[in-house]
Design a protein around this ligand. Structure first.
Ligand code: COA
Length: 261
Protein backbone atom coordinates (compact mmCIF):
# COMPACT_ATOMS: atom_id res chain seq x y z
CA UNK A 1 0.00 0.00 0.00
CA UNK A 2 1.36 3.43 -0.86
CA UNK A 3 1.15 6.30 1.58
CA UNK A 4 -1.11 9.17 0.52
CA UNK A 5 0.67 12.47 -0.21
CA UNK A 6 0.73 14.71 2.88
CA UNK A 7 -2.08 17.26 3.15
CA UNK A 8 0.22 20.16 2.31
CA UNK A 9 1.65 18.46 -0.74
CA UNK A 10 5.23 17.56 -1.39
CA UNK A 11 8.09 18.00 -3.81
CA UNK A 12 9.41 14.77 -5.23
CA UNK A 13 13.16 15.20 -5.62
CA UNK A 14 14.99 12.89 -7.96
CA UNK A 15 18.54 12.98 -9.30
CA UNK A 16 19.57 10.88 -12.29
CA UNK A 17 22.16 11.27 -15.04
CA UNK A 18 23.09 14.82 -14.07
CA UNK A 19 19.49 16.07 -13.94
CA UNK A 20 17.71 17.19 -10.78
CA UNK A 21 13.98 16.63 -11.28
CA UNK A 22 11.60 18.52 -9.01
CA UNK A 23 7.98 17.37 -9.21
CA UNK A 24 5.30 19.49 -7.53
CA UNK A 25 2.88 16.98 -6.06
CA UNK A 26 -0.29 18.32 -4.47
CA UNK A 27 -2.67 16.83 -6.98
CA UNK A 28 -5.91 17.27 -5.01
CA UNK A 29 -5.28 21.05 -5.12
CA UNK A 30 -4.03 21.05 -8.72
CA UNK A 31 -0.46 21.25 -7.39
CA UNK A 32 -1.03 24.43 -5.41
CA UNK A 33 2.29 25.27 -3.76
CA UNK A 34 2.39 25.19 0.04
CA UNK A 35 5.04 26.69 2.31
CA UNK A 36 6.64 23.26 2.70
CA UNK A 37 6.79 22.80 -1.08
CA UNK A 38 8.39 26.23 -1.69
CA UNK A 39 11.02 25.53 0.96
CA UNK A 40 11.72 22.03 -0.41
CA UNK A 41 12.27 23.48 -3.91
CA UNK A 42 14.44 26.26 -2.50
CA UNK A 43 16.60 23.78 -0.55
CA UNK A 44 16.97 21.49 -3.57
CA UNK A 45 17.95 24.40 -5.85
CA UNK A 46 20.42 25.82 -3.32
CA UNK A 47 22.09 22.42 -2.97
CA UNK A 48 22.12 21.81 -6.74
CA UNK A 49 23.67 25.21 -7.42
CA UNK A 50 26.99 24.03 -6.01
CA UNK A 51 26.69 20.29 -6.64
CA UNK A 52 28.92 19.67 -9.65
CA UNK A 53 27.21 16.37 -10.41
CA UNK A 54 24.00 18.26 -11.28
CA UNK A 55 24.09 19.99 -14.67
CA UNK A 56 20.42 20.73 -15.37
CA UNK A 57 17.05 20.88 -13.61
CA UNK A 58 13.71 19.56 -14.80
CA UNK A 59 10.68 21.20 -13.17
CA UNK A 60 7.23 19.64 -13.55
CA UNK A 61 3.96 18.86 -11.81
CA UNK A 62 2.38 15.53 -10.93
CA UNK A 63 -0.87 14.24 -12.38
CA UNK A 64 -0.80 16.10 -15.70
CA UNK A 65 -0.95 19.56 -14.10
CA UNK A 66 1.91 22.03 -13.67
CA UNK A 67 0.61 24.23 -10.83
CA UNK A 68 -2.40 26.27 -9.71
CA UNK A 69 0.03 28.66 -8.01
CA UNK A 70 0.24 29.74 -4.42
CA UNK A 71 -1.94 27.71 -2.08
CA UNK A 72 -4.83 30.13 -1.63
CA UNK A 73 -5.50 28.71 1.84
CA UNK A 74 -1.93 29.26 3.03
CA UNK A 75 -0.63 32.64 1.93
CA UNK A 76 0.71 33.64 5.34
CA UNK A 77 4.18 33.09 6.80
CA UNK A 78 5.13 32.13 10.35
CA UNK A 79 6.17 35.18 12.38
CA UNK A 80 9.68 36.31 11.69
CA UNK A 81 10.20 34.06 8.66
CA UNK A 82 10.89 35.47 5.22
CA UNK A 83 7.79 34.21 3.36
CA UNK A 84 8.50 30.89 1.66
CA UNK A 85 7.55 32.13 -1.85
CA UNK A 86 10.09 34.96 -1.49
CA UNK A 87 12.79 32.51 -0.41
CA UNK A 88 11.98 30.20 -3.33
CA UNK A 89 11.92 32.98 -5.95
CA UNK A 90 15.24 34.39 -4.77
CA UNK A 91 16.89 30.97 -5.06
CA UNK A 92 15.30 30.39 -8.45
CA UNK A 93 16.43 33.77 -9.81
CA UNK A 94 20.02 33.28 -8.77
CA UNK A 95 20.18 29.60 -9.76
CA UNK A 96 23.11 29.34 -12.20
CA UNK A 97 22.28 26.21 -14.21
CA UNK A 98 19.72 25.62 -16.97
CA UNK A 99 16.16 24.76 -16.02
CA UNK A 100 13.73 22.89 -18.26
CA UNK A 101 10.01 23.17 -17.46
CA UNK A 102 7.45 20.56 -18.47
CA UNK A 103 4.10 22.35 -18.37
CA UNK A 104 0.79 20.53 -18.60
CA UNK A 105 -2.83 21.17 -17.71
CA UNK A 106 -2.66 24.40 -15.75
CA UNK A 107 -0.09 27.07 -15.03
CA UNK A 108 -1.55 29.72 -12.74
CA UNK A 109 -0.02 32.57 -10.73
CA UNK A 110 3.49 31.68 -9.66
CA UNK A 111 3.01 28.61 -11.89
CA UNK A 112 3.38 31.11 -14.74
CA UNK A 113 5.81 33.60 -13.23
CA UNK A 114 8.36 30.95 -12.25
CA UNK A 115 8.61 30.11 -15.97
CA UNK A 116 10.18 33.54 -16.56
CA UNK A 117 13.22 32.17 -14.72
CA UNK A 118 13.33 28.84 -16.54
CA UNK A 119 15.21 28.34 -19.80
CA UNK A 120 13.59 25.74 -22.04
CA UNK A 121 9.85 25.41 -21.52
CA UNK A 122 7.61 22.93 -23.30
CA UNK A 123 3.87 23.01 -22.78
CA UNK A 124 1.09 20.62 -23.71
CA UNK A 125 -1.23 22.10 -26.31
CA UNK A 126 -4.22 22.08 -23.94
CA UNK A 127 -2.46 23.90 -21.07
CA UNK A 128 -4.32 26.91 -19.67
CA UNK A 129 -2.21 29.81 -18.39
CA UNK A 130 -3.39 32.57 -16.09
CA UNK A 131 -1.89 35.34 -13.92
CA UNK A 132 -4.84 36.21 -11.62
CA UNK A 133 -2.91 38.45 -9.22
CA UNK A 134 -5.07 41.55 -9.61
CA UNK A 135 -8.19 39.36 -9.51
CA UNK A 136 -7.06 38.21 -6.05
CA UNK A 137 -6.38 41.74 -4.82
CA UNK A 138 -2.59 41.44 -4.99
CA UNK A 139 0.13 42.35 -7.48
CA UNK A 140 2.24 40.22 -9.85
CA UNK A 141 5.38 38.74 -8.24
CA UNK A 142 8.63 36.92 -8.98
CA UNK A 143 9.89 39.77 -11.16
CA UNK A 144 6.95 39.38 -13.53
CA UNK A 145 5.91 43.05 -13.30
CA UNK A 146 9.32 43.82 -14.82
CA UNK A 147 9.80 40.87 -17.15
CA UNK A 148 6.34 40.35 -18.64
CA UNK A 149 5.97 43.82 -20.25
CA UNK A 150 9.50 43.53 -21.64
CA UNK A 151 8.78 40.08 -23.01
CA UNK A 152 5.49 40.77 -24.74
CA UNK A 153 4.99 44.54 -24.74
CA UNK A 154 3.05 46.74 -22.31
CA UNK A 155 -0.35 46.37 -23.94
CA UNK A 156 -0.37 42.57 -23.97
CA UNK A 157 1.07 42.48 -20.44
CA UNK A 158 -1.74 44.76 -19.26
CA UNK A 159 -4.33 42.50 -20.82
CA UNK A 160 -2.92 39.37 -19.18
CA UNK A 161 -2.14 40.93 -15.80
CA UNK A 162 -4.83 43.59 -15.25
CA UNK A 163 -7.62 41.40 -16.60
CA UNK A 164 -5.99 38.17 -15.45
CA UNK A 165 -7.54 36.36 -18.39
CA UNK A 166 -6.80 32.80 -19.40
CA UNK A 167 -4.41 32.30 -22.28
CA UNK A 168 -3.55 29.22 -24.28
CA UNK A 169 -0.29 27.38 -24.86
CA UNK A 170 -0.32 28.61 -28.48
CA UNK A 171 -0.59 32.21 -27.27
CA UNK A 172 2.10 31.63 -24.64
CA UNK A 173 4.41 30.46 -27.42
CA UNK A 174 3.60 33.42 -29.66
CA UNK A 175 4.30 35.77 -26.73
CA UNK A 176 7.70 34.19 -26.13
CA UNK A 177 6.81 32.85 -22.69
CA UNK A 178 7.48 29.24 -23.67
CA UNK A 179 9.81 27.49 -26.11
CA UNK A 180 7.32 25.18 -27.75
CA UNK A 181 3.88 23.56 -27.74
CA UNK A 182 3.50 19.81 -28.08
CA UNK A 183 0.73 17.23 -27.95
CA UNK A 184 0.17 16.21 -24.32
CA UNK A 185 1.65 12.75 -24.92
CA UNK A 186 4.95 14.21 -26.14
CA UNK A 187 5.68 16.90 -23.55
CA UNK A 188 7.38 14.76 -20.91
CA UNK A 189 9.64 13.15 -23.51
CA UNK A 190 10.60 16.49 -25.06
CA UNK A 191 11.40 17.98 -21.65
CA UNK A 192 13.46 14.95 -20.64
CA UNK A 193 15.32 15.02 -23.98
CA UNK A 194 16.09 18.72 -23.56
CA UNK A 195 17.42 18.15 -20.03
CA UNK A 196 19.54 15.22 -21.25
CA UNK A 197 20.91 17.35 -24.11
CA UNK A 198 21.75 20.21 -21.73
CA UNK A 199 23.69 17.78 -19.51
CA UNK A 200 25.98 17.02 -22.48
CA UNK A 201 26.75 20.68 -23.17
CA UNK A 202 29.97 22.27 -21.84
CA UNK A 203 28.91 23.60 -18.43
CA UNK A 204 31.22 26.61 -18.32
CA UNK A 205 30.09 28.06 -21.63
CA UNK A 206 26.47 27.26 -20.87
CA UNK A 207 26.42 28.88 -17.43
CA UNK A 208 28.24 31.97 -18.71
CA UNK A 209 25.90 32.26 -21.69
CA UNK A 210 22.87 31.90 -19.46
CA UNK A 211 24.21 34.54 -17.07
CA UNK A 212 24.89 36.91 -19.99
CA UNK A 213 21.34 36.49 -21.26
CA UNK A 214 19.84 37.17 -17.82
CA UNK A 215 22.20 39.39 -15.92
CA UNK A 216 21.31 42.68 -17.63
CA UNK A 217 18.66 43.21 -14.95
CA UNK A 218 20.77 41.93 -11.99
CA UNK A 219 20.31 44.37 -9.10
CA UNK A 220 17.23 45.92 -10.64
CA UNK A 221 15.58 42.50 -10.65
CA UNK A 222 16.35 41.91 -6.96
CA UNK A 223 14.98 45.34 -6.06
CA UNK A 224 11.86 44.72 -8.15
CA UNK A 225 11.23 41.35 -6.49
CA UNK A 226 11.48 42.98 -3.06
CA UNK A 227 9.09 45.76 -4.10
CA UNK A 228 6.58 43.35 -5.61
CA UNK A 229 6.51 41.08 -2.58
CA UNK A 230 6.15 44.07 -0.21
CA UNK A 231 3.04 45.15 -2.13
CA UNK A 232 1.89 41.53 -2.48
CA UNK A 233 1.97 40.94 1.28
CA UNK A 234 0.34 44.32 1.96
CA UNK A 235 -2.39 43.24 -0.45
CA UNK A 236 -2.93 40.06 1.55
CA UNK A 237 -3.89 42.20 4.58
CA UNK A 238 -6.45 44.21 2.61
CA UNK A 239 -10.18 43.95 1.90
CA UNK A 240 -9.73 43.09 -1.79
CA UNK A 241 -7.83 39.89 -1.03
CA UNK A 242 -10.26 39.09 1.78
CA UNK A 243 -13.19 39.25 -0.65
CA UNK A 244 -11.32 37.37 -3.40
CA UNK A 245 -10.28 34.50 -1.14
CA UNK A 246 -13.74 34.27 0.50
CA UNK A 247 -15.28 34.09 -2.97
CA UNK A 248 -12.80 31.35 -4.00
CA UNK A 249 -13.60 29.25 -0.93
CA UNK A 250 -17.35 29.83 -1.41
CA UNK A 251 -17.03 29.04 -5.14
CA UNK A 252 -18.66 32.30 -6.25
CA UNK A 253 -17.70 35.42 -8.22
CA UNK A 254 -16.01 38.08 -6.06
CA UNK A 255 -17.75 41.45 -5.68
CA UNK A 256 -15.25 44.32 -5.37
CA UNK A 257 -17.81 47.03 -6.13
CA UNK A 258 -18.12 48.25 -2.53
CA UNK A 259 -14.38 48.31 -1.81
CA UNK A 260 -12.83 51.74 -2.35
CA UNK A 261 -9.18 52.76 -2.18
N1 COA B 1 -4.84 26.85 -3.68
C1 COA B 1 -5.57 26.01 -2.93
N2 COA B 1 -6.47 25.14 -3.45
C2 COA B 1 -6.61 25.13 -4.78
C3 COA B 1 -5.89 25.99 -5.62
C4 COA B 1 -4.96 26.88 -5.02
N3 COA B 1 -4.20 27.70 -5.74
N4 COA B 1 -6.25 25.75 -6.90
C5 COA B 1 -7.17 24.78 -6.86
N5 COA B 1 -7.40 24.41 -5.57
C6 COA B 1 -8.32 23.36 -5.11
C7 COA B 1 -9.77 23.80 -5.27
O1 COA B 1 -10.19 24.54 -4.13
C8 COA B 1 -10.46 22.46 -5.38
O2 COA B 1 -10.60 21.94 -4.08
P1 COA B 1 -11.91 21.06 -3.68
O3 COA B 1 -11.80 19.82 -4.54
O4 COA B 1 -11.70 20.79 -2.23
O5 COA B 1 -13.10 21.90 -4.00
C9 COA B 1 -9.45 21.59 -6.12
O6 COA B 1 -8.18 22.24 -5.96
C10 COA B 1 -9.73 21.47 -7.60
O7 COA B 1 -9.85 22.79 -8.13
P2 COA B 1 -11.09 23.22 -9.05
O8 COA B 1 -11.27 24.71 -8.90
O9 COA B 1 -12.28 22.35 -8.77
O10 COA B 1 -10.50 22.83 -10.49
P3 COA B 1 -10.77 23.53 -11.88
O11 COA B 1 -10.04 22.71 -12.88
O12 COA B 1 -12.23 23.80 -12.05
O13 COA B 1 -10.02 24.96 -11.75
C11 COA B 1 -8.19 26.46 -11.26
C12 COA B 1 -8.64 25.00 -11.57
C13 COA B 1 -6.70 26.40 -10.95
C14 COA B 1 -8.43 27.33 -12.48
C15 COA B 1 -8.99 27.00 -10.08
O14 COA B 1 -8.96 26.04 -9.04
C16 COA B 1 -8.40 28.28 -9.54
O15 COA B 1 -8.67 29.34 -10.06
N6 COA B 1 -7.59 28.16 -8.46
C17 COA B 1 -7.00 29.31 -7.82
C18 COA B 1 -5.76 29.71 -8.53
C19 COA B 1 -5.12 30.90 -7.88
O16 COA B 1 -5.75 31.89 -7.62
N7 COA B 1 -3.83 30.75 -7.56
C20 COA B 1 -3.07 31.74 -6.85
C21 COA B 1 -2.52 32.75 -7.78
S1 COA B 1 -1.59 33.99 -6.91
Amino acid sequence: MTNPAPKNGQIIVDVADGVLTLTMDNVSKKNAISREMYLAMKDALDAAATDTSIRAVLLRGAGGVFSSGNDVAGFGAPNGEVPAPVQFVKSLVKFPKPIVAQVEGLAVGIGVTMLLHCDIIYAADDTKFRMPFVNLGVVPEAGSSFLVPRLMGAAKAAELILLGRLFSAAEAETLGLISGVLPQADVAGAAEDAAAALVKQPMGAMMKSRALMRDVNGDEMDARIEREFKLFYEGLQGPEFAEASRAFMEKREPDFSKITV
